[in-house]
Every structure is written in C-alpha cells, then in structure tokens.
Write a protein that binds this ligand. Structure first.
Ligand code: FES
Ligand code: FES
Length: 185
C-alpha cells in the first residue's frame, strides 16, 4: 500500500525532494528537505510518535528503530538515505492485533517505570533476538547499553529480554506443531 502523506511545514525557501519511505510495511511518498532525519520524518510527517525524540544527537537511544532489521538511532539517519530500506518502528511490531513477544515480556516483567525509554529498549532487544534468539544475560545487557534509562529499570529490562526469548521459542514451537499436524492430515 502507498500513501501520499502531506509533509510537516518546512522553513521558507527550503529545498525539498520526493522521498519514498517504507515504514511498517506501508509505502509513504513524502516531499521533504534532504537534511530531514528519519526521526523527524517518522514523528512530524508520518505521526508515528512512539519513537521518542530526546537528545536528538545519538546519545540516548530513545529514537531507536529497525532499519533493514538492525537497530539504528533514527536521529542520526537521514530519511532520504532510507529509500527502499524497510523501517520498523515500535508501532509496527505488533502483528494482527497481538503484541510482539518483546512487548508482552516488558508488560509481564514490569520492565519500565516512566516508560519514556521503553520503545527504544524494546526495539533494541527485538533487533538482538532477530539475530540471536537465545541471548545470554551479558548479550542482553550489551544490546541495551545504547538505550539510557533514567529510571534505572535495567534489571527488569534484562529479565524481560530473557522472557521474550522464551515467548519467541514457545511461539516457534507452536507454529512447528501446527505445521506438523497440518501435514499429517
Ligand atoms: S534522540 Fe536519538 S539518540 Fe537520543
Ligand atoms: S523507564 Fe523511565 S527512562 Fe526508562
């Protein structure tokens, strides 16, 4: 699906160019300044405000999104450089109305206080599990070192990462069983 989204206002006299972004499996045709960051395009142009803007300079990780499946700070990436690269934000993790295993694990393990860093933490752990479905505690710690939590919720964040890996494994097991039962019929 492609949507043409009116861009947020730009400064007078600024030069814009067409940029097509594929975000959460939807194509968006934007007309934006070449210097616009992916973070500003997501929040101001596409109104996907789950991705948070805090430092806007690559220090806090609140703006983390998946770009081609890898975690990136969207405040350090130009939107124009993301053409033809799938972007997934926190809004795109749930599938068919069901929360992603990492999101469910965060709720289950009470892994947030104010919640401001939470979207970035969840996306970083999702990126780790995409590559390594059975991470150690140390690998989970490392995955969120670039995501600052001022509330100090790291203990439960790492527990949530462990729980997410279990939920993911259970889901995969259920899928395999369903496939085997389907093949046996
Ligand atoms: S807002 Fe991007 S790293 Fe802080
Ligand atoms: S839960 Fe408050 S900053 Fe992390």
């Amino acid at each position: 699906m492609t949507t043409s989204t009116p861009a947020a206002p730009t400064s007078p006299g600024s030069v814009t160019r067409p940029v097509r972004l594929r975000v959460n499996e939807t194509e968006h045709a934007l007309q934006i300044e070449p210097r616009r960051t992916l973070l500003d395009a997501l929040r101001a142009d596409l109104h996907l405000t789950g991705t948070k803007k805090v430092c806007d300079m690559g220090d806090c990780g609140a703006c983390t999104v998946l770009l081609e499946g890898k975690a990136v700070y969207s405040c350090l990436v130009l939107a124009a450089d993301c053409e033809r690269k799938p972007v997934t934000t926190i809004e795109g993790l749930a599938q068919d109305g069901r929360l992603d295993p990492v999101q469910r694990a965060f709720v289950e393990m009470d892994a947030f206080q104010c919640g401001f860093c939470t979207p970035g933490q969840i996306v970083s752990i999702r990126a780790l599990l995409n590559e390594n479905p059975h991470p150690s505690d140390e690998e989970l710690h490392r995955a969120v070192t670039g995501n600052l939590c001022r509330c100090g919720a790291y203990l439960n964040i790492v527990r949530a990462g462990k729980r997410a890996a279990e939920l993911l494994a259970e889901e995969q097991q259920d899928e395999q069983q369903a496939e085997q039962q389907g093949a046996a019929r």
